[in-house]
Design a protein around this ligand. Structure first.
Ligand SMILES: Cc1ncc(COP(=O)(O)O)c(C=O)c1O
Length: 390
């Protein structure tokens, strides 16, 4: 493992206006909201310091260099060749897929999603008066998830306009393969659907997997797709609020920009600085981070497989720093999140918030120093053991 970066260091985050650390009482250890407990890479901190020292914080403009760095990065990582003007900056990916709904579907039309899924995707349809057309992912016998393409196609109706894809998938941790992506795209295009692809976790991929932007598969897919990306998860700078949409098709881009007018601003000046420094100078840090996260994932998996959490099962996440734990074998069929808060003083996301299929599951965030992960597991174990001895 890389020694130049200290991911073991515990940084006090309480009383820093952190959702993750300040929402619950101080005796509850948080492993819920998807940010990590690591400091951002040093080049990001240096860029922010320099910008702060400048002292003037007027309205910003996306730096041309940021556009160039993103264009070069997409070409290098995915052989995806875009032009700088195809980028639209925004404060977040959540505003991005909501804008896609607003731009591309009329009230009463259909929005296709795959459940369980990140809750703002689950609830996007109702924000815009759309019909939610949810297709469950298929849970295989080993606990991993796949796609039933027949069900996917059957869920599409004449009203369907847009499919929001989440890849890598939160919460189930899948990194969809080229074959899966191509088939989903083929079905969407054959029914004239647009695709909005949330790829916010696209840098967080473990060995043996490869992230592929769905739009990079073919020009005809790119022409119907809004791709949402950000440095926020990868470099732990979500609070700086800088993300972007890649929209190659000029007409689609125009509709998306029209939908945001007067409502959703561009990103802010500190976010631009951080994004640029992260993408330009943060590769070594990201590589080391991935090694650390993968070791955390393997540690958690080994603990679960060894029975540290009696009755709980976990499918190995292929990407993200989120683990999806099935607690039904421990006799917990509902309100699993409340159970662990009450009996273990550890806060996980209750699976049901990601859809009905998540009832009896919890989502655990392992983007933290190993010592914290050990404590999270200990607290969960204590909760389960206390229950067995009741
Ligand atoms: C799949 C997914 N999309 C979007 C977000 C948040 O995006 P943003 O903070 O850029 O709005 C998250 C955060 O957890 C996420 O997991």
């Amino acid at each position: 493992m890389h020694t130049a970066f200290d991911f073991d260091r515990r940084i006090e985050r309480r009383n820093t206006a952190s959702i993750k650390w300040d929402y619950y009482p101080a005796d509850i250890l948080p492993a819920w909201v998807a940010d990590m407990d690591f400091a951002a890479p040093e080049p990001v901190l240096a860029a922010l310091r320099a910008r702060i020292d400048h002292g003037v914080f007027g309205y910003g403009l996306p730096p041309a260099e940021l556009r160039e760095v993103i264009v070069a990065r997409l070409a290098r990582l995915y052989d995806w060749h875009i032009a700088p003007e195809m980028l639209t900056f925004m404060p977040g990916v959540v505003p991005g897929f909501n804008l896609a709904c607003k731009a591309l579907a009329q009230p009463g039309e259909g929005l296709l999603i795959q459940t369980p899924v990140y809750h703002p995707i689950l609830h996007a349809a109702q924000n815009h008066g759309l019909e939610r057309q949810a297709v469950p992912l298929v849970r295989r016998s080993d606990g991993s998830y796949g796609i039933d393409f027949d069900a996917f196609e059957v869920a599409i109706t004449k009203r369907s306009r847009l499919f929001i894809l989440c890849n890598p998938h939160n919460p189930v941790g899948r990194v969809f393969t080229e074959k899966e992506l191509a088939r989903m795209a083929e079905i969407c295009l054959s029914h004239n659907l647009y695709i909005c692809s949330d790829e916010i976790h696209g840098d967080l991929i473990f060995s043996g997997q490869r992230h592929l932007p769905i739009a990079a598969l073919a020009p005809e897919i790119a022409a119907r797709t809004i791709t949402l990306m950000a440095p926020s998860k990868s470099y732990n700078i979500a609070g700086l609020e800088c993300s972007f949409a890649v929209i190659p098709d000029p007409e689609l881009r125009q509709r998306f920009r029209a939908a945001r007018a007067g409502l959703v601003p561009s990103a802010n000046i500190l976010g631009y600085e951080a994004a640029l420094a992260a993408y330009r100078d943060g590769d070594a840090w990201l590589e080391a981070l991935l090694g650390y996260l993968e070791a955390n994932r393997d540690y958690l998996q080994a603990a679960v497989d060894a029975g540290a959490l009696p009755g709980v099962r976990m499918a190995t996440p292929e990407g993200t720093y989120l683990a999806w734990l099935d607690c039904r074998g421990a006799g917990i069929f509902d309100q699993a999140g409340d159970f662990f808060i009450e009996h273990g003083r550890v806060a996980l996301n209750d699976g049901a918030m990601f859809g009905e299929e998540g009832r009896g599951f919890v989502r655990l965030n392992f983007g933290c120093p190993r010592s914290l992960l050990e404590e999270i597991i200990r607290r969960m174990q204590a909760a389960l053991n206390a229950r067995h001895s009741l």
